[in-house]
Structure formats: structure tokens, C-alpha cells
Design a protein around this ligand. Structure first.
Ligand code: ADP
Ligand code: MG
Length: 209
């Protein structure tokens, strides 16, 4: 499905997507947080881009772990340790691999979700990135179980992530900075759920099936 070169290309595409949307993500965070989400993530993924030439011949586990450690050390704010832990846990689960099967992709996302939950102690419905990632993961699994192609399954996953982002508009934030706003957080979409949705968009766009 994807060798280490493809994984590197997908990481580059994620960095591009975040870079293109840095102002949008920052504006979303300005409404319910402190207005740094896009800037934070862009800084982190640009640091990742600088690291890639030195690690692109390594195995996929090593590459993902390096992405995670780079995000932890360069992204200020809650999202750095959260996304960082997600990539580090994902990397640990595919240690030594130079080629990923579809089942590995599921493992990677499952581990990422577990990492975010472990680090942030949040669950679905608290207006965080989990409201996009978890439904996307479930939609991906369900579609593959039904025999969908990977491309179709990733389309379903992206749609579920988009619905998750829409759902965050309807609920009160109970984790992270946005929770300080209480009811006033209703009506605003969560920036972290939005950046997570963008990662699923990149996965869909990167799949050639
Ligand atoms: P900060 O809030 O520290 O400024 P960012 O602005 O970079 O950090 O990221 C904010 C995003 O982080 C939120 O939109 C939310 O999706 C996510 N987030 C915050 N706290 C948690 C948590 N405990 N678990 C999961 N995601 C969280
Ligand atoms: Mg912020």
C-alpha cells in the first residue's frame, strides 16, 4: 500500500495543507482559544520538513516517531504534545517496517487515537480533535469491513471527520482553553478537530486507488 517514500510524501502534503490553512486554523482558535493553533502547527510541520531529508531512508516507525518528537519539541500549546504523542505511538506500532499494508494504516490511526486520549484525558463530545479523528477511524474500519476500496473508505473517513467538525459547533468545550468559555464556545468549530480533518483529507488525496 505505501512504502517509506510514500509515507514521507504524505507527511510533506500534511505540512503543505497546514501551511496553506495556518491563518484559517489560527482564526478558528482566536474565536474560542488564544489564536495560535495554525501558527503552532505550521511551525511544527515546517520543522518536520527540515528533518525529512535526513530520515527519509529510515523505516516508517522511525520516520513517524521523529515526526512526533519534532512536533512535541516545536509546537507550543496543547496540540504539540497531543499530535506529537499520536505520531510517536503510531510510529512505535510499525517499528522497523518499510512497507505498510492497509491493516497497518488502521493500527497507526488506532494508536494515534489512543495516544491522544492518554495524553489529553479527553473523550468524544468534549469539542476536541477526537471528535473528528475517532469517527473518521470508525468510518474507515466500517467501510473496509464492507469491502470498500481503500480510496472509498478514505472518502468515508474524511466525510465522517467533516461531520465531526460540524458536530463540534453544536457542543460546549470541556477540555483545553476553549472550556474557559463554557456555553460561549457553542457555535464555533473546534480548531483541533479542523486540523485533524485536514489530515484525513490529505490521506484521501494521497490514495491512488
Ligand atoms: P492551546 O489550546 O494550548 O493554545 P492549540 O491552540 O495548538 O493549543 O490547540 C488547541 C486544540 O487542541 C483544540 O482545538 C482541541 O482540539 C485540542 N485539545 C485541547 N485540549 C485537548 C485534550 N485534552 N484532548 C484532545 N484535544 C485537545
Ligand atoms: Mg491555541
Amino acid at each position: 500500500m505505501a512504502d517509506h517514500k510514500k509515507v514521507v510524501r504524505i507527511i510533506e502534503k500534511i505540512a503543505e495543507k497546514i501551511h496553506e490553512n495556518r491563518q484559517f486554523l489560527t482564526d478558528l482558535d482566536a474565536a474560542i482559544g488564544d489564536g495560535d493553533h495554525g501558527i503552532n502547527l505550521d511551525r511544527g510541520f515546517q520543522a518536520v520538513i527540515e528533518k525529512l531529508p535526513g530520515i527519509q531512508e529510515k523505516d516508517i516507525g522511525f520516520i513517524l516517531k521523529t515526526v512526533g518528537m519534532t512536533l512535541v519539541s516545536t509546537v507550543g500549546g496543547a496540540s504539540g504534545p497531543l499530535y506529537g504523542t499520536a505520531f510517536m505511538k503510531a510510529g512505535a506500532a510499525v517499528n522497523g517496517k518499510v512497507e505498510l499494508e492497509v491493516s497497518d494504516l488502521l493500527t497507526i490511526i488506532d494508536e494515534a487515537v489512543k495516544g491522544i486520549k492518554m495524553r489529553g484525558k479527553a473523550k468524544r463530545g468534549e469539542k476536541t480533535m477526537l471528535d473528528a479523528i475517532e469517527p473518521a477511524y470508525e468510518a474507515l474500519c466500517k467501510a473496509l469491513e464492507k469491502g470498500s476500496t481503500l480510496k472509498d473508505a478514505l472518502i468515508q473517513a474524511e466525510n465522517a471527520a467533516k461531520e465531526g467538525v460540524e458536530y463540534t459547533k453544536t457542543i460546549i468545550a470541556t477540555k483545553g482553553r476553549a472550556s474557559y468559555l463554557g456555553e460561549r464556545s457553542i457555535g464555533h468549530q473546534d480548531p483541533g478537530a479542523t486540523s485533524s480533518m485536514m489530515i484525513f483529507t490529505v490521506l484521501k488525496e494521497s490514495c491512488e486507488d
